[in-house]
Design a protein around this ligand. Structure first.
Ligand code: GLN
Length: 478
């Protein structure tokens, strides 16, 4: 980590040492948010609420009742997570004025750990996209590389960390939306195992793929956040009943004896050769620290994108049917009949990409096409999961690129949705298989940070984070 970058760990130490107060950290964060407004990273700034909570954190600390490493730390959350009495827009016109009547579990746990939520971050509408250019509120600018996309759909959350407005943030990942923007902005992003963190209060895109996760400047910060967020939730029956563990436990373990699988399919055609060289060099550094590099095979991942875009759009078309112009916010003012109201409210409220996906999803679920597309995609999903299971018989963690090349220029991919969909080539298969994955900056190519994606066994976050910490330690960053 560059010493000018904030981390939860360093901020928490200065709070403990009395060198800073939560109020001062929050003020600093709010000032930076104000100063970087032109980057369009936030949909709302919760200044009044944040100041009150910072004051409460300082009072706790004074009374000797500080809760832990997150107490008093400013954090930003993606604007598809409900926080009571604040707007949750999902980057959409249809929810532009929607105020959440309750707080979702992950956000509640974050606040219970003392974190101070300072702002909600801009995102691709309903988390659909890989560039943050699909937001109703306009694109986010990448703070590190202003001419390039910040990635998406959690682009605001990744950018907020890269711009140092907050040390860490929460994003959501359905097909890569935490790892991909983390790689584009040169930060760390973790998608946990499906079922590790509750989705209650996360506005659903594709429920069988969605997962909340942390983004930060360091691997350790992601582990600290995961400690606060993970665990079973009676409000979400897909959460696992696995006992909570300390995700920081293996951060200093090193990679001695670790078997790192390298799938041939992820290092072949389509990967920028310079990025490939950088990734292999980073793996060689792990090898010299005692890791074993093993070739593995994932023969079915070539079908991952097709299968993902069928399943994700099918689920989205169903999940988004609740936005009907009757409940929630946008209602077409000129509608004459009920059908007309649905039609107009949805046509006016949803952006182009969201409409495209609803159409695609309805198509693959329609009678006559259901078996040919949806059922087939579910079968492929099973086969991909089996591929990973087989590979994990030979290794502990799998390494791959996060992105096939450098991030696109702003505007470059807009006219061609297929190119945009293909940028998810290395990330979507993890969501299909429910596996945890993390993107960590490991080197620089052409002056841009390159992310390595590490994939863990189901519920293997502790050792995954351990290997990620080793990649971070041996990274070559300026
Ligand atoms: N880019 C992918 C999509 O548009 C992934 C999005 C996500 O993970 N939310 O579906």
């Amino acid at each position: 980590m560059n010493p000018s970058q904030k981390s939860i760990r360093t901020l928490a130490s200065s709070l403990t040492a009395g060198l800073a107060s939560s109020e001062s950290l929050v003020e600093e964060s709010l000032a930076l948010i104000q100063k970087t407004r032109s980057l369009n990273m936030f949909t709302s700034v919760l200044d009044i609420r944040a100041r009150e909570r910072a004051k409460a954190s300082d009072a706790r600390r004074k009374a000797g009742k500080s809760i832990g490493p997150l107490d008093g730390i400013p954090i930003a959350i993606k604007d598809n997570m409900c926080l009571v009495d604040t707007k949750t827009t999902c980057g959409s016109h249809i929810l532009e004025n929607f105020v959440s009547p309750y707080t979702g579990t992950a956000v509640e746990r974050l606040e219970a750990a003392g974190a101070v939520i300072v702002a909600k971050t801009n995102m691709d509408e309903f988390a659909m996209g890989s560039s943050n250019e699909n937001s109703y509120f306009g694109p986010v600018v990448n703070p590190r590389y202003p001419e390039l996309i910040p990635g998406g759909s959690s682009g605001g959350s990744a950018a907020a960390v890269a711009a140092n407005c907050v040390p860490a943030s929460l994003g959501s990942d359905t097909g890569g939306s935490i790892r991909q923007p983390a790689a584009c902005c040169g930060v760390v992003g973790l998608k946990p195992t499906y079922g590790r963190i509750s989705r209650y209060g996360l506005v659903a895109y594709a429920s069988s793929l969605d997962q909340i996760g942390p983004l930060g400047n360091t691997v350790e910060d992601c582990a600290i956040l995961l400690n606060a967020l993970a665990g079973q939730d009676p409000h979400d029956n897909t959460t696992s009943d696995k006992a909570p563990e300390d995700f920081c436990a293996e951060l200093a373990r090193g990679v001695q004896g670790m078997r790192i699988g390298v799938p041939k399919e992820y290092f072949g055609e389509g990967l920028d050769p310079k990025i490939k060289t950088a990734l292999l060099a980073s793996l060689a550094r792990l090898e010299s620290e005692g890791a074993q590099i093993i070739e593995v095979h994932l023969p079915s991942v070539k079908y991952a994108i097709s299968s993902y875009y069928i399943i994700a759009t099918a689920e989205a078309s169903s999940n988004l049917s609740r936005f009907d112009g009757v409940r929630y916010t946008h209602r077409a003012p000129t509608a004459r009949t009920l059908n007309d109201l649905y039609c107009r409210s949805r046509s006016e409220g949803f952006g182009k990409e969201v409409q495209r996906r609803i159409l695609l999803g309805s198509y693959v679920l329609s009678s006559g096409f259901y078996d040919a597309y949806y059922i087939q995609a579910q079968k492929v999903r099973r086969v991909i999961t089996d591929d990973f299971n087989k590979a994990f018989e030979l290794c502990d963690v799998i390494a791959s690129p996060t992105l096939p090349g450098h991030p696109l220029k702003l505007g470059e991919g807009l006219s061609d949705p297929m190119t945009m969909y293909l940028s998810d080539i290395y990330t979507v298969s993890l969501n299909l298989a429910g596996l945890p994955g993390i993107s960590v900056p490991c080197d620089e190519v052409d002056g841009l940070r390159v992310g390595m994606q590490l994939i863990g066994k189901p519920f293997g976050e502790t050792s995954l984070l351990g290997v990620a910490a080793a990649v971070e330690r041996t990274a070559k960053l300026s």
